[in-house]
Unconditional design. Structure first.
Length: 177
């Protein structure tokens, strides 16, 4: 296991975004392939979803660094007025799992934004490792479930966002609202 202080965040330059996106998609593909056997409609998330997230207003893109090596990444959207911030994408690179890097990286994100009142994030229903991580390790609560019968109002295509439409929304109260 790693020491929280040995994992840092490094701003990702725009010229890093294509490789960042490829590594993010590679990390996300592991669970999709385990659950569904293959990626049927291209990478998850799509190239368009990745580009849109990286370039969104308020988005900050970070490499997760441990021992001088980039081992993952995060995209956060920061609202300096409300301090209701979101963790849009978060991944640890394939081959770097199981060493405590994810929790140390999450703690680094929290340290970077100490004024945050509420953090939000999402994950597909089938991603048990993510659900365990967010709820049991990071202190998030599940606050909503999106599906074809209850679509995410923030998704442009109106579905739940995962390959079959089931997605959890999480929140963490970081400071009293």
């Amino acid at each position: 296991m790693v020491d929280d202080q040995s994992v840092t965040l490094e701003l990702a330059a725009e010229h890093d975004w294509p490789e960042f996106g490829r590594q993010l998609q590679e990390a996300f593909a592991v669970a999709v392939i385990e659950q569904f056997g293959a990626l049927s409609d291209g990478p998850i998330p799509s190239d368009d979803d990745v580009r849109r997230s990286l370039a969104a207003p308020g988005a900050v893109v970070y490499h997760v660094v441990a021992g001088g090596t980039r081992v993952g990444g995060a995209v956060v959207t920061i609202d300096p007025v409300t301090q209701c911030n979101s963790l849009d994408f978060f991944f640890i690179a394939v081959g770097a799992h199981g060493r405590g890097l994810g929790l140390a990286a999450w703690r680094a994100i929290e340290r970077q934004y100490p004024q945050t009142r509420v953090w939000q994030t999402h994950t597909p229903y089938f991603e048990r490792r993510n659900i365990h991580f967010y709820v049991n390790k990071c202190g998030f609560k599940i606050v909503e479930y999106y599906s074809d019968r209850h679509p995410d109002p923030h998704q442009p295509d109106g579905d739940g966002g995962s390959p079959d439409g089931g997605f959890f929304k999480f929140e963490k109260q970081a400071m009293p609202v």
